[in-house]
Design a binder for this molecule. Sequence first.
Ligand code: ADP
Ligand code: GN1
Ligand code: MG
Length: 353
Amino acid sequence: MIDIANQFKIESAAEVVEEYGAGHINQTYLVICRNKTKYILQKINHKTFPNVDELMKNICGVTQYIAKSNEGDPTAENLLVVPTLQGNSYLYFNEGYYRMYTFLSGQTVDTGATLKQFELAGRAFGQFQLLLDGYPAENLFEPIKDFHNTVQRFRNLEKAIEQDVCGRVAQCGQEIQFYHDRQSYCSKVLDMISNGEMPLRVTHNDTKPNNVLVDEEHDKVVGVIDLDTIMPGSILYDFGDSIRYGANTAVEDERDLSKVSFSQQYYEAYCRGFLPEVKDRLTQCEKDNMYFGAMLMTYECGMRFLTDHLNGDTYFRIHRENHNLDRCHTQMKLLQDMENNVEVMKNIAKKYL
Ligand code: ADP
Ligand code: GN1
Ligand code: MG
């Protein structure tokens, strides 16, 4: 890994390379150079992102655009792609694809974060939306087709049930029923997009709060990371996925479901950070349905975990047996809790809109 790190234009020779972070998709390493400068080295998940060339064009375009928008702010830290010694945005080595990023300071916002940190995560994704304002969406390649097409995600579940490659369907009757019972959620936003009520924007699409860095001490946003899934989408997806992850009182893979619940307090903290940043640009339809983004993302993500469990865990990295099924269970519990709190969710969002 040290040899790989030294293939990039870094400030001084790489001395330490260690595994870093808790993402489910890429393999991430922290690089520490002789002069103590830090970088992030990633082995790109080539199975998830087969077109690395186009993926990196997206990321270079977006990071440069944001850096330009930040030019007037001397305190801004920019996420930038560090080129290889040959001047490329990634390195192909031994059948693997690697990229290097500048290291951003601050804390990622994970489960167990303070309310303030979660509010800052909201502010970060809200500001991200503003920083990308005007970005030419037609230049964006779609790295994962139908990423938040929940109707397609439902079809994928159906296919997994039909194929039953691991013989797990028989044990997952209740979970399958749960997603079937709520099939009507799938097309709600897509229908609004196709009939022109809901605009498409350049969105992040993977707004787990551990994809953001904040500086709580200085009440400051550092930046947004994990830009693999930037593409046109609804702003409901960005709002919703953060809530799904961060307004859960337990971790995403908690086995003790009594610990899992929807936190109104965390939901409100995120609304306080995110909505004031974006509200002036939102349409009435987006405002009215923002809360539903949280339900939809919780439904969709749980369904993806179940599908992956049935398919034999080929997508999300697992660390124990039935890990994806455990993840699915937390999303089911959380969604039920949200369903019991719809009016509360609507009212809180309204307050910040
Ligand atoms: P994945 O797609 O696997 O989630 P990420 O790009 O989110 O990969 O990186 C995984 C983790 O690595 C992040 O949650 C964060 O903790 C850390 N990380 C990634 N990029 C940076 C960066 N530029 N600066 C600081 N930490 C980073
Ligand atoms: C993945 O890459 P990461 O760990 O930030 C996934 C998201 C899911 C999330 C669930 C590209 O996010 O869509 O919501 O896991 N990213 C991709 O934890 O599929
Ligand atoms: Mg990530």
